[in-house]
Unconditional design. Sequence first.
Length: 66
Amino acid sequence: MQKDKFIGISKVGEKGQIVIPKEAREMFEIQPGDSVIVLCDRAKGIALLKADAFEDLTDKVFPKGD
């Protein structure tokens, strides 16, 4: 059974890097070398979005011509 939700904790390293927990990487099929987009709102927090999901959205907003 696939889980639809996950909560995990990541520590920030000396260089500002974080490790995305394995369960989250598996849930979103994030592989080494994949890009993620960092969305920030001072009041609401930080969110990560897999870059290819954003590309799918931009393709819908700006469809490619024939």
